[in-house]
Design a protein around this ligand. Structure first.
Ligand SMILES: [Zn+2]
Length: 454
């Protein structure tokens, strides 16, 4: 896709290889640290088995708020315990628990003109997870027109409403059908994430900005009003396992991927978002790498294998993990893996690094890749993936953290129910798994330490 940057790297690497040869020919020069060639080929079947299970219909699209994610979590924990990985004391039973605020209400009471409104007739886009609002705190009462579409009126209010204000919107019964349609999108949002705007079939939904309370009612005059609500809290887990480092046990290298996906569509013949590429392919990679490194006993630094939850909800699992991690400066590098099952713009088996110029990780990876004559490529211009996966909360904490991916902007299956195992190129994906292992060599050995560059 972007031949010029690729050519630039190739030329750079040929130049480096050329220099190495000159150095070898010169006596009295220090021999560079030997980079061993790692052989993961015996684990190809393991990788393919894992992707198949993780992408199967039985996990119901691995939706964070339903049973599919619980089954996924159990499967992942079973795999890593069978491999013989250890748990860290603060992640009991391999679980890193955290809480998210759901978009479901734990309590919801609206009284309009001394009549309680039934929950089916109420929609709220809240500013905070709970509030009590009386009529004198309502900044504006809005009466929607029965002759303009609900979508137009919601959009116009969304575009003009002010942060921090409270709006009470009376939606006439003539718009009941659209009202129910609008309301049906809320459970799918899953979690209350402040300052996010989502568009559900064209309806703008903004959380953490102001309180907009829609009530389905033909009332033409609001005389009394009280409203109170509280959103539910939900307990979720990331999965974390460890291989202690031999000589640098207090320095960490993380291999991570998100295990959650989008769950089930509301209708259609195929309703399951299998997320084979996004991100069964990466989750399976992390477990495969764990198995390989456990067997090889190579690592001088401690390796953490982390499977994040609620990535699709706004990187919630990784944000929580980073916030709670006691010694962030002890994390030396994060290899996050997201979507490696399709063919990247660089071709089969060729991955790239999101935000490659943000740290020195790419150059260390490419040095380690010399023995197998491959490269981790630049992120194609305009992709802007650095902030879109679980590496980002680490990078915000000044930890060199990137995502390795084969994402392709021409991929029409992304976030559709058609992201199925049959569409993946597992040979290419496994080539990327091997590339990741090899690229991490000097980092897990403790001889290189990437630094942030900006
Ligand atoms: Zn995704």
């Amino acid at each position: 896709m972007k031949p010029i940057p690729l050519l630039t790297i190739l030329l750079a690497v040929f130049y480096i290889i050329g220099c190495d040869k000159q150095e070898e020919a010169t006596p009295n020069k220090v021999v560079p640290h030997q980079i061993e060639t790692l052989n993961l080929n015996p684990l190809k079947n393991t990788y393919e088995y894992l992707v198949n299970v993780l992408a199967s219909d039985s996990l119901n699209g691995r939706w964070t708020h339903e049973t599919g994610i619980d089954r996924t979590e159990k499967f992942v924990i079973k795999q890593i315990s069978e491999i013989g990985l250890q748990e860290l004391p603060r992640y009991k039973s391999f679980k890193d628990g955290f809480k998210v605020v759901s978009t479901d209400f734990e309590t919801l009471t609206i009284n309009l003109n001394n009549q309680p409104a039934s929950p089916e007739r109420i929609i709220i886009t809240p500013q905070s997870p709970q509030a009590q609002i009386s009529l004198n705190q309502i900044n504006r009462v809005v009466y929607f027109s029965p002759t303009t579409t609900l979508k137009e009126q919601v959009t116009s209010l969304h575009n003009t409403s002010v942060a921090g204000q409270n709006y009470l919107v009376l939606v006439p019964l003539a718009l009941q059908e659209s009202f129910q349609e609008f309301k049906s999108y809320f459970p799918a949002l899953g979690a209350f994430v402040p300052n996010t705007i989502r568009y559900a079939a064209g309806y703008p939904i903004r959380y953490g900005y102001n309180n907009i309370i829609y009530v389905l009612s033909d009332t033409k005059m609001v005389e009394t009003f009280t409203g109170s609500f509280k959103l539910k809290e939900e307990a979720l887990n990331n999965v974390v396992a460890v291989i202690p480092g031999k000589s640098k046990p207090n320095e960490y290298v993380i291999f991570s991927a998100h295990m959650d996906h989008l769950g089930m569509a509301r209708s259609g013949t195929d309703r399951i978002y299998n997320g084979a590429n996004d991100n069964a392919s990466g989750t399976a990679a992390v477990i495969t790498l764990a198995k390989y490194f456990k067997e090889q006993n190579l690592n001088e630094r401690t390796l953490l294998f982390v499977l994040f939850n609620a990535e699709e909800k706004g990187l919630l699992g990784s944000k929580s993990f980073v916030n709670a991690f006691p010694d962030k400066s002890a994390i030396k590098a994060v290899f996050n893996i997201d979507m490696i099952g399709n063919i990247s713009p660089y071709g089969a088996g060729k991955a790239f690094l999101s935000g490659h110029s943000r740290s020195t990780l790419q150059s260390i990876m490419n040095k380690n890749l010399q023995p197998i004559n491959t490269l981790i490529n630049n992120e194609p211009a305009g992709y802007d993936l650095f902030a879109r996966s679980d590496n980002y909360p680490f990078a915000q904490a000044q930890i060199p953290a990137h995502t390795i991916t084969t994402f392709n902007s021409a991929d029409r299956l992304y976030h559709t129910v058609a992201d199925e195992i049959s569409t993946l190129d597992l040979h290419s994906a496994f080539t990327v798994v091997k590339t990741i292992a090899q690229s991490s060599y000097s980092i897990i050995k403790g001889t290189d330490e990437p630094k942030m560059t900006n």
